[in-house]
Design a protein around this ligand. Structure first.
Ligand code: SAM
Length: 412
């Protein structure tokens, strides 16, 4: 692959000559040339910018030096066909750069990067060269850099490592975050020693059982993606706490919170199974009531408890229920669709159920699996403290795998 980078700060691009990229250049896999835009200026001050037409702050890069630079690169050192050349213009107003773009561009034979500075490059440069080559304006993120050089470094590095022969171990690419094949974030990684500052490597990674290791990695990848980047799982279903509206629809797309009806039962059953599968795995308990109960049980639950549901568009994405037993307001079945975890929706629903406690309630109580670390964290942050009394199931049996937590009314 042939890569040309044009910039007014060619020294900024020195890292391209280091490390693996440098070696790929030495071995001929990548032919890299860095050019100083000012070489194509002819005035005493080597001017590359001017004030913007229409007024406004900042300066704009002039069309003239860019035109000459690109003419020269395309004619003095032509690709077999201009159309085989892509002109990449880093820009915060460009299309977001993704791993799929990196893969696509790694198959190209020639890339020219035009690194802008100031307020960017005169638009006519892009329009003019779009007649000759394919022009792509690419953004490396929703933030503004001072120049296109850092963006070009990022894009070149992401592309180069995908060129066949660049990486010693190409297999490692298949399991990486954002790989188009699976689209998940990669699981955490560990190396020797097995114990470091009292922290252990997860036992499964030391087991030598490849199938179990693969299962663990897949599971971790899904969890991480659900927690950190739920948008990668369901791009159309992003819900924020600010979007939650009690009762009536405020904006289109906002989530609605209302009391559950029998008509919600089937979806509630589906959601609770999706949520409690994770609980069952964490706590090694496969017969949790939320997992095994029937549709009729769920309907009966809606009748027996105050149950709220959260809907976004037509999807049921969260629920919680509460009821008074003696002087205790019991909050339970708090659930949020796994792809929407980490947005504070669970905490918000907990607060909603707590705020509905009647005057007679003097204390609030919740329970969760002893191994459900993130639930325990959320309840503790909300002021709940573990109780000494054991949890007793519907059949009257004590269950040491479940922790009861309580707080006095009005705390947290
Ligand atoms: N006025 C421009 C705007 O608001 O869209 C911002 C210009 S920025 C200060 C200067 C140069 O930095 C751009 O021409 C572009 O080359 C580069 N740049 C800044 N942010 C970028 C981003 N997120 N992705 C790619 N390039 C970026």
């Amino acid at each position: 692959m042939r890569i040309d980078v044009i910039s007014i700060f060619p020294g900024y691009l020195a890292p391209l000559e280091l490390s693996l990229l440098g070696r790929a250049a030495d071995s001929g896999l990548i032919a890299l040339r860095i050019h100083d835009l000012r070489a194509w200026t002819h005035d005493r001050h080597r001017t590359v910018d001017d004030t913007p037409y229409g007024g406004g702050a900042g300066m704009v890069m002039k069309a003239e030096p860019w035109g000459k630079a690109l003419d020269d690169l395309l004619t003095l050192d032509p690709a077999p066909d201009d159309r085989a050349t892509r002109l990449i213009v880093p820009s915060p107003a460009g299309r977001p750069f993704t791993q799929a773009d990196a893969e696509r561009l790694s198959r190209e034979s020639r890339l020219i990067f035009a690194c802008g500075r100031y307020e960017g490059i005169d638009q006519r440069v892009l329009d003019h060269f779009a007649e000759r080559v394919t022009v792509e304006e690419i953004s490396v993120g929703d933030f503004v850099l001072s120049g296109g050089e850092a963006a070009a470094l990022v894009i070149v590095e992401a592309i180069a490592r995908l060129i066949p022969g660049f990486m010693g171990n190409a297999e490692s690419l298949a399991e990486e975050s954002h790989h188009p094949g699976c689209g998940l974030l990669e699981s955490p990684v560990y190396t020797r020693p097995a114990t470091w500052r009292d922290l252990e490597v997860p036992a499964v990674l030391l087991s030598g059982n490849h199938a179990k290791v693969a299962d663990w990695r897949r599971d971790q990848a899904r969890r991480r993606t659900a927690e950190r980047r739920p948008d990668l799982l369901h791009p159309s279903q992003a819900v924020r706490v600010e979007d939650l509206v009690d009762g009536t629809l405020r904006d289109e797309g906002a989530a609605v919170v209302r009391m559950a009806t029998a008509g919600d039962a089937a979806e509630l059953l589906t959601l609770q199974r999706a949520c409690w599968v994770q609980e069952a795995q964490l706590n090694d308990a496969l017969s949790l009531p939320a997992l095994v109960e029937s549709l009729d049980d769920v309907r009966a639950g809606i009748g027996a408890w105050l149950t709220w549901v959260v809907r976004t568009d037509s999807r049921l994405v969260g629920s919680v229920r509460a009821g008074l037993r003696g002087q205790t307001w019991h909050v339970s079945r708090l659930m949020v669709a796994p792809d929407l975890h980490g947005r504070g929706i669970g905490r918000w629903l907990l607060g909603l159920a707590e705020s509905a406690a009647p005057d007679e309630a003097t204390r609030l109580e919740v329970f969760t699996g002893a191994a459900s670390a993130s639930n325990l964290r959320m309840y503790k942050r909300a002021g709940y403290r573990p109780m000494r009394e054991p949890f007793v199931d519907a059949e009257g049996r004590e269950d040491p795998g479940v922790v009861r937590l309580a707080k006095p009314r009005g705390l947290g």
